[in-house]
Design a protein around this ligand. Structure first.
Ligand code: F6P
Length: 320
């Protein structure tokens, strides 16, 4: 294989640039030409192809976002678009593709693989919801950003004796909420994977008030309930409680990647290039039990990754 394309797709995640840099430089070392595809799958359709050399990826390791830009392309589900993408790549002599992204992005990747094109995925989404990998690029940075925010919000919560509801990202998964909630000392953590009971939460709050604990911190994943809706529900049970809402939003997606995200991104990039060169395809590069691993793409996107229930229980026990 002499020419490999790389693209980033879906939500940007801190560490994507570190992965691009690794793909480009490891590819160079192995004697492979790396073609950067701009704007994800859209770039495959418009032939937004640009050769990348080691110096083109200087100074990006520590930057959030993606220098290749990204997009969400719902139309990439259409067979005609998938076939066009393959045709475009073949016309330019591209023999393999590396897709850096999360669930939706890896579905597109699987479709190309199933149509006979050699592809490898790199697990990258702040949501951390790809099956078979313990971590995805961007998750660690997002969680640390959320923890920093929660630490700061706690100051106002304690000082004013208020109930703060902090909404974190996670459309279908509660990984960010659980880790940030546990590490940030939240009193309640609401995730899509676990049913919650507003009455039970407000009963607990009432008990705490009796013991002169006047503030509460609730961390909720957007996929469990939106903070404003939760606030309304709490007020139904406790009309006099003073609440405030903080939706952390996109600050979780951006910024300099943590040490962990930089390192796994560099490793994932290297393994993705080597996987393609050794004839692997239709696999996702991830990390399991501290070892870089290749997961069948189909498993990664169809199997359900669930939060660690023992960690959830721990969060409940340490918040008494
Ligand atoms: O997939 C990552 C993610 O940040 C989710 O947590 C969030 O729900 C979604 O992307 C938002 O996507 P967009 O920026 O395209 O609206």
């Amino acid at each position: 294989m002499k020419r490999i394309a790389v693209l980033t797709s879906g939500g940007d995640a801190s560490g994507m640039n570190a992965a691009i840099r690794s793909v480009v430089r490891v590819g160079y070392v192995r004697g492979v030409e790396i073609i950067g595809v701009y704007y994800g799958y859209r770039g495959l359709l418009t032939k937004d192809f640009h050769p990348l050399l080691p110096r083109d990826v200087s100074g990006i390791l520590e930057r959030g976002g993606t220098i290749l830009r990204t997009s969400r392309v719902p139309d990439f589900k259409l067979t005609e678009n998938q076939e066009k993408a393959i045709k475009n790549m073949k016309e330019e002599g591209i023999e393999g593709l590396i897709v850096i992204g999360g669930n939706g992005s890896q579905s597109g990747n699987l479709a190309l693989f199933e149509k006979g094109f050699p592809t490898i995925g790199i697990a990258s989404t702040i949501d951390n919801d790809l099956w078979g990998t313990d971590y995805t690029i961007g998750f660690d940075t997002a969680v640390n950003t959320a923890i920093n925010a929660i630490d700061k919000i706690r100051d106002a919560a304690v000082s004013h004796g208020r109930t703060f509801i902090v909404e974190v990202m996670g459309r279908e998964a509660g990984f960010i909420a659980l880790d940030a909630g546990l590490a940030g000392g939240a009193d309640f953590i609401l995730v899509p994977e676990v049913k919650f009971d507003i009455k039970k939460i407000t009963d607990n709050m009432r008990e705490a008030f009796k013991k002169r604990k006047m503030h509460h911190l609730i961390v909720c994943a957007e996929g469990a309930i939106h903070a404003r809706d939760l606030e309304k529900k709490i007020k139904e049970y406790m009309p006099n409680v003073e609440t405030r809402v903080s939706v952390l939003g996109y600050i979780q997606r951006g910024g300099a990647p943590t040490r962990f995200d930089r390192i796994i991104a560099s490793e994932f990039g290297q393994h993705a290039v080597d996987a393609l060169l050794s004839g692997e395809k239709g696999k996702l590069v991830g990390i399991k039990d501290n070892k870089i691993t290749l997961i069948p793409l189909k498993d990664a996107i169809t199997k359900q990754k669930t939060i660690d229930k023992s960690l959830y229980k721990l969060a409940e026990e340490v918040s008494v």
